[in-house]
Write a protein that binds this ligand. Structure first.
Ligand SMILES: Cc1cc2nc3c(=O)[nH]c(=O)nc-3n(C[C@H](O)[C@H](O)[C@H](O)COP(=O)(O)OP(=O)(O)OC[C@H]3O[C@@H](n4cnc5c(N)ncnc54)[C@H](O)[C@@H]3O)c2cc1C
Length: 397
């Protein structure tokens, strides 16, 4: 069997890239190991994805944003970062009144559903489910993809979007840097008596981290990060006790809080591939860079990366050039990897600073927060990166 492009993985990154290929005269195959039902009718997984303005722009360009149920999109107007019981506070809000929000919170399953809907309408894209890619043999002229049912597929370009634990990345021989935080993120939806005013809260309490992401109405996604040894107890905690604990953690400022969703857990492991390319092969999404979720950049970077690659492929195709050439792939990596490295190491640095409770680190943390809060360029850079308000002069992207 022959295809122009083979995409491994029908997660948000793989399906975004497939959507980018819809208007192009190329034959695309997406291979996914899960069932068609889990891809076409994804269930809630507790993840509320904070999308930047650039991500919304890309999803609009892909004709996917309009397929997302807008009644479930919640604007993020402000974000506050607290440090334990100390009065240190970092506050982000857009200083441009024409900008409605810093970003938008969208349930992950809604994004996946909309992406599937878009891809399933495309004539040039085939989705093969319930089959796993076992291996990829990249070479200068074409790549060969081997499936668990013994099928072999020839292609000009393989795109691996097979998660942060990508087995294909390893099989192709791309090393990666993996950071295991030995922590677990527990997420659930909670209803509360008073309004959150669309403000996100991040509280670095000593020993644990607690975040609140404002959803539609008087409801929020609660994100609790605990060490791995404490995770099971937190998952098993009776609801009454859990409700009381979270209500108390937010000092009853939102009134009584009541769990209304399921508790989901995610082990915290971040990954950065050493290179994003090989012969006729590219990594996108979490397979390229799997971020710690605290800065909410995983899928945003995934969308940005696939957009860069798709744009280069479209240009090459338009000029009758090879869509899997070395020079194209090198340019993709050059345009994307510097930013992902900054984000990856920057986020890991923030996590190290905010989750270490040694007294001298707490002192550094207080100073860092004070500096960031009172030194406008720092906040300017972060808010303008989120809102894309103006093309700013400081950042390399
Ligand atoms: C709690 C939490 C909160 C988050 N919040 C945010 C946020 O606010 N903002 C943000 O931008 N990001 C956020 N993220 C990150 C975001 O969810 C991920 O970046 C995104 O889901 C990654 O998508 P992906 O398609 O790269 O990988 P995945 O979603 O992992 O998909 C990979 C797919 O590949 C398939 N697959 C794997 N191996 C094979 C194989 N060999 N053959 C065939 N198929 C295969 C899998 O079945 C799967 O469907 C969050 C993550 C978590 C855990």
């Amino acid at each position: 069997m022959k295809y122009d492009i083979v995409i491994i993985g029908a997660g948000p990154a793989g399906l975004s890239f497939a959507s980018s290929m819809i208007d192009l005269d190329v034959k695309v195959l997406v291979i996914e190991k899960s069932s068609i039902d889990s891809i076409s009718n994804p269930q809630g997984d507790g993840r509320e994805i904070a999308l930047t303005h650039l991500s919304v722009k890309i999803l609009k360009k892909l004709n996917v944003w309009g397929l997302i149920n807008q009644a479930e999109v919640s604007p993020l107007k402000e974000a506050k970062v607290f440090d334990g019981d100390s009065p240190s506070l970092l506050n982000f809000k857009s200083d441009d009144s024409s900008i409605e929000a810093l970003g938008y919170l969208v349930p992950n399953y809604q994004i996946r559903k909309a992406l599937y809907e878009r891809v399933s309408q495309a004539k040039n894209i085939t989705l093969m489910t319930d089959v796993m890619v076992e291996d990829v043999n990249p070479s200068e002229r074409s790549s060969q993809v081997l499936l668990s049912d013994n099928q072999k597929i020839e292609t000009k370009l393989v795109i691996a979007a097979d998660s942060r634990f990508s087995s294909i990345r390893r099989k192709v021989g791309i090393p990666s840097l993996m950071k295991d935080f030995s922590k677990v993120m527990i997420v659930t939806k909670m209803e509360h008596e008073y309004s959150h005013h669309n403000i996100a809260l991040e509280c670095f309490d000593y020993g644990q981290t607690l975040a609140l992401l404002p959803m539609v109405g008087n409801a929020s996604s609660i994100v609790l990060t605990v060490t791995t040894d404490k995770a099971q107890a937190m998952l098993d905690m009776p609801e009454v006790e859990f409700n009381a604990k979270i209500t108390q953690s937010f000092k009853s400022e939102l009134g009584k809080m009541t769990q209304s969703g399921q508790r989901h857990s995610y082990p915290l492991v971040a990954v950065h591939a050493q290179t994003f390319i090989a012969n006729r092969f590219a990594l996108i999404g979490d397979a390229a860079v799997g971020m710690h979720p605290v800065t909410a950049h995983g899928f945003n970077l995934g969308l940005r990366g696939q957009d860069i690659l798709a744009t280069l492929i479209k240009e090459a195709h338009h000029h009758g050039q090879d869509i899997g050439s070395k020079s194209l792939l090198k340019l993709f990596e050059k345009k994307h990897i510097n930013l992902t490295r900054i984000m990856f190491f920057g986020t890991n640095g923030i996590v190290a600073l905010f989750t270490n409770d040694a007294p001298y680190i707490k002192q550094i943390r207080k100073l860092a927060l004070k500096f960031a809060e009172n030194f406008p360029p720092v906040k300017y850079l972060i808010t303008h990166h989120l809102t894309e308000a103006k093309k700013n002069r400081f950042l390399p992207f």
